[in-house]
Design a protein around this ligand. Structure first.
Ligand code: APR
Length: 230
């Protein structure tokens, strides 16, 4: 079918969609923020104070993501592209949507396999191994992971909001919706558009007409979503 004639599904994903690939979420009982302080590893202040600690935190994330494989939920979302125009807006820094076959993925919080100079946001470099203190970008400045830390702006938010305003279905999967501005994307979705929430433990989203709750793990919930779409 001509892409222009296909209905547009916009999917906002969080760490829960990658949980069944073996990657830890942030706020569940065994989540990353139970073992680390956000202030110590995920803020610009932390990077100034102890850059190697922050780099090591993300070096570890990178090696975990490299070992992980996309799961049935990532793959089912990619398969929706046969019948729909699908845009994934993910808060995840992993590449499991892409490896699962999705072709249109917006990363709100950056990407673990990219890095940049601390002096420039715009030039990105691929990175598969570790970044260490003393590793310099071609401009002579220290390299850092291409991650949006707490207290930093979210440059892709404007793009994401425009996408959310232009959908026929809006789906939220595996996010506690506690981090803004990502969580506010639901408010950009036009009134009347069907909204779906798939999560093991449904977060509070307020009242919307046409809200469908699928309280299941992502690998079960996403295949079930297909039954609702026409
Ligand atoms: N299937 C579906 N949902 C799941 C599963 C699963 N197998 N496992 C956990 N969940 C759900 C949890 O119930 C929770 O609602 O995933 C959600 C995970 O929430 P968080 O850990 O808060 O992750 P997320 O919402 O992605 O965090 C947002 O916080 O620290 C930052 O930048 C980081 O992008 C991240 C942001």
């Amino acid at each position: 079918m001509d892409t222009n004639l296909k209905k547009h599904i916009v999917v906002l994903t969080g760490a829960g969609i990658s949980a069944e690939s073996g990657l830890k979420t942030f706020r569940d009982g065994d989540g990353l923020w139970m073992g680390y302080n956000i202030e110590d590893v995920a803020t610009p202040r932390a990077f100034k104070k102890n850059p190697q600690l922050v780099l090591d935190f993300y070096n570890h994330r990178r090696s975990e993501v490299a070992k992980a494989q996309p799961n049935a939920a990532h793959i089912a979302l990619a398969e929706l592209e046969k019948d729909f125009k699908v845009t994934i807006i993910t808060q995840n820094i992993d590449d499991l949507h892409e490896r699962g076959g999705s072709t249109n993925v917006v990363h709100l919080h950056g990407e673990i396999f990219k890095m940049r100079s601390i002096a420039s946001y715009h030039t990105l470099y691929d990175i598969r191994g570790d970044i260490n203190v003393g590793d310099m970008a071609p401009d002579g400045f220290q390299l850092r992971p291409h991650i949006v830390w707490f207290e930093e702006a979210v440059p892709m938010m404007e793009t994401a909001a425009a996408i959310a305003m232009d959908c026929d279905y809006f789906v939220v999967i595996g996010t506690s919706l506690q981090v803004y501005p990502a969580a506010s994307l639901l408010q950009y979705v036009p009134a009347g558009i069907p909204r779906f929430i798939i999560d093991k433990k449904i977060p509070s989203v307020g009242q919307y007409p046409n809200l469908h709750i699928i309280e299941k793990a992502a690998t079960e919930g996403v295949p079930e979503l297909k039954n609702y779409l026409s």
